[in-house]
Design a protein around this ligand. Sequence first.
Ligand code: F6R
Length: 369
Amino acid sequence: EKGGYDYFMLKEIAEQPKAVADTLLGRIDAAGLLTLDEVRIPVHELREIDKVVIVACGTAFHAGLIAKYAIEHWTRIPCEVELASEFRYRDPILGARSLVIAISQSGETMDTLMALRHAREQGSKVLAICNTNGSTIPRESDAVLYTHAGPEVAVASTKAFLTQLVACYLVALYLGQVRGTKWGDEIQAVIRDLSQISGEVERVLETMEPVRELARSVASKNTVLFLGRHVGYPVALEGALKLKELAYMHAEGFAAGELKHGPIALIEEGMPVVVVVPSPRGRSVLHDKIVSNIQEIRARGAMTIVIAEEGDETVVPYADHLIRIPATPTLLQPLVATVPLQVFACELATARGNEVDQPRNLAKSVTVE
Ligand code: F6R
């Protein structure tokens, strides 16, 4: 049932292009418009929404963090993202015009379920983004957008995460489409890019051998740091989470702009630091700032592992290891940038003799608070 792979995780990483394509299937019409009929919240209500609140745990929370950038950019609706376990207990401000999005692969995560129940009690509409048909979270929500990743068996989430991102982009673009924003043309262009993205994920997967080699070469290190900015920041958090749960290594993700406010003190000779570099097109200011960060940490002895777009030559002099990803629109970059981090964590777990599909102390679905 592992389809010739040693681990479910490897199989599920390899299934990502299909999972992404399946999640888009039937949701873009011939005119390039989104048709999210499943979102049974009437269009006039979607037009009235004055706030989006995303609740989720773990990897799904990271998808939510990325969604915030997309939702606020394309819809101009304020968006908050909160760990479901924190949200419920701080008396959040919600109303009938708040849209709460609960993201959950399993649909059974107790913290997320409690958060959505609380939101509905406050009169908010809840949209679930979920991978498991008929599970509790979609059953208790007003509407559901299913991710079509297929069953995810490995405890560490991979293909479900990529499809959660796709679903989040679809919701963001759909809200933009129904409300009409000044980004109409950009929304159309991104829908086109999104429909090509599965091929880009495939291309990334074809170039992962150097990443596996690199993982084996750092298997005896104690700490790995991850840096990113903008949507690359949640990608860094996700890279660090994967490493914690699979390799049992100390791993932390930081917003690169925070380096000088503390984390740079951690840098030691030979410490691997993975840096997710934003596209030099688009938000190029951020790109240049991150290139300076790479120089700074390298000057302090870090082993720099740089994930950068094909054709971005500015990073070459400062990268001890360079991992190339295809050029994508800024907001979509997480779909390709996360993949090498999954492969890196999986290979490190193997190199350290850990159980890849069943990391210690973890369960696939966390049905207790
Ligand atoms: C990490 C991981 C967990 C889950 C989290 C939420 O690889 O799998 O962090 O993402 O437990 O689970 P769901 O999405 O089922 O609510």
